[in-house]
Design a binder for this molecule. Structure first.
Ligand SMILES: CC(C)(COP(=O)(O)OP(=O)(O)OC[C@H]1O[C@@H](n2cnc3c(N)ncnc32)[C@H](O)[C@@H]1OP(=O)(O)O)[C@@H](O)C(=O)NCCC(=O)NCCSC(=O)C[C@](C)(O)C(=O)O
Ligand SMILES: [Mg+2]
Length: 366
């Protein structure tokens, strides 16, 4: 572990200085595409502006014989596309794979100026991030990049989970962490075969009631509530990220057809503190944008409270409810998110501007 004194020192002579703060850029939908799939790749330039992040996936879901094609395909797309406000990320192959070294070397030297974040799969501990950190600094110095490429870890092993706080704080490059529910389930020997989402077997059942004979009717009509398999994992991931000033994300929802279940899983993650999710299919993009953008009614309420609270201290009544310093901070989270999203999403920006006007007017009794 580096000393706090040299945490922000570049790890190679000539590498750009690490950022002191990770920018809160909108990243509601991290849209995955396979750059070796010609049909999918052809759609990417037209998707600029429709998602916050376009991610060229080089790891799982790309066939072994297509790894090189995917890497070079991504270089080509990046060189020929103006991404405007849309971020460009890539998921590299795992550190122990035969492809990682060429992935990182090629991408940083060829398109490092366009690449915002590299996603590293199957991160086990801080040592994995330290390795990537130094390598990135050397490559950045070699090609004279002016800004550091950031790092995003995927939580998909039990060891990675046990080390999540250390991973989140391993480098000033750490931008965020996503959940990898499929690999994590396998590594933990969980018995779900689904890629994310719930499972009907993971439930709690209401107590049995007594029948007319005074016996517990265990086979009677008892309400069943399906539970969230990922609650503990996401909550811990969110704490680790918040503690280190980086961002937490849900990951993939593999049942592309079940848009309702997908929306529920995304919303749970949003409410727990995640800022975004992955989209694997165009169908999931609108869901992610909707879920990870606060409802204008919430934004209006947040402005009402923040305005009514003035300097943020004391207690006031708003719509029959007590608001104080703490709830003002909760509302500030919503206000800040709405302001950040307004900068890149003009349609939402208009709705949020209306909500702000209405919230302030209510606070001022107009
Ligand atoms: C699921 C698949 C096979 C269905 O692909 P399909 O072609 O069968 O679907 P479709 O419904 O027929 O497609 C309709 C149209 O959308 C296009 N399309 C379809 N998908 C995309 C896309 N992503 N981006 C842009 N365009 C897309 C597709 O080309 C087609 O175009 P067309 O109408 O012109 O014919 C396909 O959507 C796909 O390959 N998606 C990405 C999968 C992926 O990246 N998986 C890896 C992340 S999850 C993971 O790795 C786990 C994790 C974290 O590691 C862990 O939990 O451990
Ligand atoms: Mg995985």
């Amino acid at each position: 572990m580096r000393s706090a004194k040299d945490f922000f020192t570049p790890l190679a002579v000539g590498a750009p200085a690490p950022l002191r703060e990770i920018p809160a850029r909108p990243s509601r939908a991290i849209h995955f595409f396979d750059p070796s799939n010609a049909k999918m790749a052809a759609k990417i330039p037209g998707m600029v502006g429709t998602v916050d992040v376009l991610l060229g996936n080089l790891e799982d879901a790309v066939k072994a014989e297509n790894k090189e094609k995917a890497r070079l395909g991504l270089v080509e797309i990046a060189k020929n596309t103006d991404f405007g406000p849309t971020q460009l990320w890539s998921r590299l192959n795992a550190l122990d794979s035969p492809w990682f070294l060429d992935d990182i070397t090629t991408l940083v030297t060829e398109i490092g100026d366009k690449l915002d974040v590299v996603m590293i799969p199957k991160v086990q501990g801080a040592e994995d991030i330290h390795y990537v950190d130094r390598l990135l600094a050397q490559l950045e110095a070699k090609v004279g990049l002016q800004r550091p490429v950031l790092v995003h870890a995927i939580l998909e092993t039990a060891r990675g989970m046990a080390n999540v706080e250390k991973i989140a704080g391993a480098s000033p490059r750490m931008q965020g962490i996503s959940l990898g529910p499929a690999d994590l389930a396998a590594d933990r020997r969980m018995k779900t075969t689904r890629v994310g989402g719930g499972h009907p077997g993971y439930l709690v059942r209401a107590d049995a009631t007594k029948n007319d004979a005074g016996e517990y009717d265990i086979h009677g009509d008892r309400a069943v509530f399906q539970q969230d398999l990922w609650h503990y994992t996401i909550a811990r991931q969110v704490d680790a990220c918040a503690m280190h000033g980086i961002y937490a994300y849900y990951g993939p929802y593999g049942d592309i057809t079940d848009v309702v279940g997908c929306e529920d899983q995304f919303r749970n993650a949003f409410l727990l503190g995640c800022v975004g999710t992955w989209t694997l299919h165009p169908k999931q993009i609108d869901i992610a944008r909707r879920v990870f953008s606060p409802d204008p009614a919430e934004v209006e309420h947040a402005w009402h409270v923040v305005t009514a609270m003035g300097d943020g201290t004391g207690a006031v009544m708003v719509d029959g409810k007590m608001e104080d310093d703490a709830s003002c901070k909760q509302c500030q989270v919503v206000v800040d998110l709405a302001e950040a999203l307004s900068e890149t999403d003009p349609e939402l920006g208009e709705q949020y501007a209306e909500a702000k006007k209405a919230g302030i007017a209510k606070a001022e009794g107009k």
